[in-house]
Design a protein around this ligand. Structure first.
Ligand code: ZN
Length: 263
């Protein structure tokens, strides 16, 4: 059982991406060296979701997988892509659907947003039907995402890479959802520090979103899952929480998010 030796968890990463394909053996070694051995790989379309199952991890790693269609792919996904995702989710290797959502930061056209919303709703329906957790990617669309979620009985919902306002975090917490914190909190200009209070800690999952959102002091470089340690350090210092306690709380939050059946 990994929890007893207090591994770090990366609750949202994309190690199946080509960015990490050059030397997977080395990648495993550096993850092990930093004691980052609980990993959740997340898909963003059918191919990337399927590719997760081709990754090989040694026995001292605990790995999780999500399959889903990211809002960035909403406009380009094929007509049978959702059916194929559903098949993957039924195959037994995956822990939930994700990442799914609405992104108004990169997409401004209402035309695209309505495709995103339709796809988001379809995937929430799949989560409800299969009673599986849903991992969300929401940018500049927290109010509408929270509104959409009112039509669902889902509880195992995580807002990965949370970047909303305080009232959104309060609402997420009130409804029993989870939220993900990554390298963004280490950025000087991030307002996340002011709104993230210790009372929310039992719903917080720590992640990298590698290869994106690299934490300080590596900002500007490609992100790696082992850099999750810097996010943990930041939070541990900022909230004055012992590192071992933080690891345990975050790991248990993640297990609760993964294990309760939605519906
Ligand atoms: Zn991601």
């Amino acid at each position: 059982m990994i929890m007893s030796d207090k591994s770090f968890l990366d609750g949202h990463t994309h190690l199946q991406m080509d960015e990490f394909s050059e030397n997977r053996k080395h990648m495993i070694e550096s993850l092990r060296k930093e004691n980052v051995r609980v990993i959740c790989n997340v898909g963003y379309d059918y191919d990337s979701s399927k590719a997760i199952m081709e990754l090989k991890f040694p026995d001292d790693f605990e790995v999780y997988a999500f399959a889903g269609i990211h809002p960035h792919y909403a406009g380009k996904c094929k007509t049978d892509e959702l059916d194929k995702i559903t098949e993957l989710l039924k195959s037994g290797g995956y822990n939930g659907i994700g990442e799914i959502g609405i992104d108004r930061y990169w997409y401004k056209k209402e035309e695209n947003i309505s495709i995103q919303k339709e796809l988001f709703i379809s995937q929430l329906k799949i989560a409800e039907k299969l009673k599986i957790p849903a991992m969300l990617h929401i940018r500049d669309a927290y109010d509408e995402a929270l509104e959409i979620l009112k039509d669902f009985s889902l509880v195992n919902v995580e807002f990965h890479s949370f970047t909303g306002e305080k009232r959104h975090l309060e609402e997420i917490y009130r409804r029993g959802y989870y939220f993900g914190i990554n390298g963004v909190i280490t950025f000087k200009n991030s307002s996340l520090k002011e709104i993230l209070e210790t009372e929310y800690i039992d719903k917080m999952i720590i992640e990298t979103d590698a290869p994106y959102l690299t934490p300080v002091p590596f900002r500007g470089k490609r992100n790696r899952s082992e850099y999750v340690v810097y996010v943990y350090k930041f939070i541990s210092d900022y909230f004055n929480i012992e590192m071992d306690e933080l690891k345990e709380v975050v790991y248990n939050n993640f297990l609760r998010f993964i294990n309760n059946n939605n519906g």
